[in-house]
Design a protein around this ligand. Structure first.
Ligand SMILES: [Fe+2]
Ligand SMILES: [Zn+2]
Length: 354
């Protein structure tokens, strides 16, 4: 069976189309479920696939398949761009500062919410202001960010200085840049940090444009970048009742070779096998990247006040905290969401009309 079908249009243009693709995408009502636009025809139902005859005219392409089925493809369909654009992220510019949006308006005003979500998808960061300083306020964000992504330990996580805490965040120590739950194979892709009270001195929030740092690192040292895409690193987070563990590379690219997941957590990273020949190469690359990260200009520091919610695209943006200097009351709640659901919300909001 020929792998491609050549189509010669009467006006002189031509195109090569994969034969199996062409049969698979037949738009006729027998091959599609009209109600849902889903595919009904399943290629595997045919023992072989080949063209018996075809005819291209001004309107489109007619194909009779050897199995007997007739397909009609409008020319506009064959020439359409079938690549769906994802919203574009942009690395922070020199004068970037996080966008602040009012919590109540974000929840109530469609056009305002669209603006905020667009800003979030581009910059990876959003700060919501004037939110209630009540526990579980983060639940209300589900109306805009989609359902809470639950992980072990808690649905809504409390961060206070706590001598029994399971994580360095529960101490007054500084927190180097990280994203949460590197110990999950699919870590949460959106994190919301809600400051309920911040009367402590110190403890400024830090955020880093991780993908921008990685992009520069990739340019400067592509071999080291590749090592970080390849070598799996163990991460663990646990307490008496929970045990989470994942062994994954620091950098996961998407199928187009673009940034996918930046997994970075000094605190959760486990001891690697020193006898594995990859370990030395990994550490060389990891050290270079980490030095670059902590001195990076893609870094912003600010005080998160009571009533403010920092939302980050956490496969891209790392967060941290400077040391807390005194014991003034400080209470933060964290919840996680998923980036897919935020993108869904943008589409739905754009479709809706006031
Ligand atoms: Fe964190
Ligand atoms: Zn068909």
């Amino acid at each position: 069976m020929p792998a491609n079908v050549r189509v010669n249009w009467p006006d002189g243009g031509s195109m090569m189309l994969p034969t199996l693709w062409l049969r698979d995408v037949c738009p006729c009502p027998d091959c599609r479920i009209e109600q849902t636009q889903e595919k009904r025809f399943h290629l595997a139902a045919l023992e072989s696939v080949s063209v018996a005859s075809l005819c291209a005219d001004a309107e489109g392409l007619k194909v009779t398949w050897s199995e007997g089925h007739n397909s009609v493809y409008p020319r506009s369909f064959l020439e359409a761009n079938h690549v769906r654009d994802q919203p574009k992220w942009r690395p922070w510019s020199d004068d970037y500062s996080p966008g602040y949006f009012d919590f109540t308006t974000f929840l109530s005003d469609r056009v305002y919410a669209i603006r905020a979500i667009e800003e979030f998808l581009e910059a990876g960061v959003l700060v919501l202001t004037n939110s209630p300083t009540e526990e579980l306020t983060l639940e209300r964000l589900a109306a805009r960010l989609g359902p809470i992504r639950e992980v072990l330990f808690d649905r809504i996580h409390n961060v206070k200085v706590d001598p029994k805490g399971y994580n360095v965040a529960h101490t007054s120590l500084p927190l180097p840049p990280h994203n949460d739950f590197a110990s999950y194979s699919w870590p949460p892709s959106v994190q919301a940090l809600h400051m309920l009270a911040n009367e402590a001195t110190g403890g400024r929030s830090t955020i880093y444009d991780g993908w921008a740092v990685l992009q520069a690192f990739r340019q400067e040292d592509p071999a080291a970048f590749d090592v970080l895409c390849r070598v799996a690193v163990p991460f663990r987070e646990f307490d008496d009742g929970n045990e989470t563990f994942a062994c994954e590379p620091i950098i996961r690219l998407n199928p187009n070779g673009e940034m996918g997941i930046f997994r970075y957590s000094n605190q959760l990273m486990q001891v690697m096998d020193p006898l594995n020949p990859d370990t030395a190469a990994f550490y060389d690359a990891y050290y270079k990247l980490s030095r670059r990260l902590i001195t990076s200009p893609f870094n912003r520091r600010f005080r998160l006040h009571g009533g403010e919610i920092l939302v980050v695209a956490s496969h891209r943006i790392l967060h941290g905290r400077e040391a807390i200097e005194d014991a003034g009351f400080r209470h933060l709640q964290d919840a996680y969401f998923e980036h897919d659901n935020v993108r869904n919300m943008l589409t739905v909001l754009e479709r809706t009309h006031d």
